[in-house]
Design a binder for this molecule. Sequence first.
Ligand SMILES: Cc1cc2nc3c(=O)[nH]c(=O)nc-3n(C[C@H](O)[C@H](O)[C@H](O)COP(=O)(O)OP(=O)(O)OC[C@H]3O[C@@H](n4cnc5c(N)ncnc54)[C@H](O)[C@@H]3O)c2cc1C
Length: 522
Amino acid sequence: MFQVFAGSGARKKYADDEQQRTDAPDQSADGEVQHVHICILGTGFSGLGMAIRLKQRGYKDFVVLEKAEDIGGTWRDNTYPGCACDIPSHLYSFSFALNPNWSHMYSPQREIQAYLCDCAQHFGILPHIWWNNELRDASWSDDEQRWHITTSQREFTTDILILGNGPLSEPALPHISGIENFEGEIFHSAKWRHDLDLTGKRVAVIGTGASAIQFVPQIQPKVAHLALFQRTPPWIVPRLDHPISEEKKRLYRLLPFTQRFVRTRIYLRQELTALGMVYNQKAMEKGMQFAREHLTRQVADPELRAKLTPHYAMGCKRILVSDDFYPAVAQPNVEVITDHISEVRTRSVVTEDGQEHEVDVIICGTGFHVTDARLPQCVRGRGGQTLADAWSESIHAYMGTAVPGFPNLFLLIGPNTGLGHNSMVYMIESQLSYLLDCFRTMERKQAQVVEIRSEVEAAYNDEVQQRMQKTVWASGCVSWYLDARGRNTTLWPGFTFEFRRRTRRFDRQNYDLLPQYIPLTT
Ligand SMILES: Cc1cc2nc3c(=O)[nH]c(=O)nc-3n(C[C@H](O)[C@H](O)[C@H](O)COP(=O)(O)OP(=O)(O)OC[C@H]3O[C@@H](n4cnc5c(N)ncnc54)[C@H](O)[C@@H]3O)c2cc1C
């Protein structure tokens, strides 16, 4: 039985494994460009999960490209104080690698990253990773029926390309007039400046999303003044985080089915929320009442409470969990500012009411490029068309996985696979099974190329968008779930078990399969 020991020196063990790191040359001995069967992008839950499942199935000829020099994606990059998952750890982890040693119900970032490092090590993935290799270009060749890959370090070809580059990996800075002239320190929460001591500083925080509500309570006690610029208040429910006792950990180690039972219970509880978000918005009423009571309990000042009270349907934006955000913003050194920012000057932030707020540091908790990421610009399918071109109107993919015109290209947690209520790892694992079955089918049918039929993909996306109309996400709020045209291209509009059912088997009837390429000269 696989058991990881997150938080108990995992980082050191990983460092000891340094010699396992591959730095294979990009040219074979006779000067030909190296070829690999499968190339995976990224070492977050997606890329790493894919690599592990391939390895378990006996695949050897695959590489994992990683632009950074460590594992973890989201959990490597987001190191801000207080960073932790907001789906309980028992569920926010691989089903094939339960960790009986989670320290908390919602474990902190370091522990999640250590868990991913342990998984990579335990399943023998480290030798497959090409570190510091940023994907710069991926071009499909119809003649050769393979992808030509250019990274920051090498060139090679691959039969199959799997993108696990993550929907939340490109931090988005706000477009505010004059922000480039700010003379203090400014940074994004995903690139936390640990070298900067915030003690006694006047700090502006822009945004009150999932990251900000985690780091604001951590920095509030040390800063002189915190100006919190809020566009829309989030719905916040109690987190009820707590350490997991040593007895429970022992039980999970001894009898792993008990942890699986807890995991299933959490899954079902989380899944219930989809009922209100997707099928019956009235079901959210109870949740809103619960959240209002939480606010009332934690914030005594009616004026501040009014500022923090959301006026849109719960679930339309991500529902947040916190026990310490409201108490932190109720402190005398915090000011919640709801007027929109009009400009940033060399030493201040100015709001539309003309007020000038002098600050030393600006922290942007302003989210990520979700529907407008850079990577699609460098992936070229048939005829040289980029993924960005194919997505010029809006991003779309069959099962969030396959795009017509891009043979042998697969996306992990691509368009419309996001969740507002449950663990993304569940969605990732659904896709991993789907792809393994796809590769098995390719082998059985001796197919070199698979490509989703465009009419199938179009019908699928119509269905998704049709279903989206009735959800809480279409109830009128502004959120990062929506693209510039107001389409929700981010979330899965249903129960996650429906997604799992639909991806359990590779549906080859919906794809064109081309046979192995045999040059005429042979
Ligand atoms: C602060 C935060 C908290 C979150 N909490 C939760 C939670 O509690 N529950 C939940 O379900 N979800 C949560 N999420 C969502 C989270 O992003 C996903 O759950 C999951 O971690 C995504 O994994 P991934 O592997 O797809 O992407 P990532 O973790 O983003 O990994 C992508 C990897 O690809 C690499 N990469 C990207 N571009 C390139 C390139 N061009 N070349 C080479 N390598 C590249 C990156 O370096 C990175 O290592 C959270 C997200 C954030 C930001």
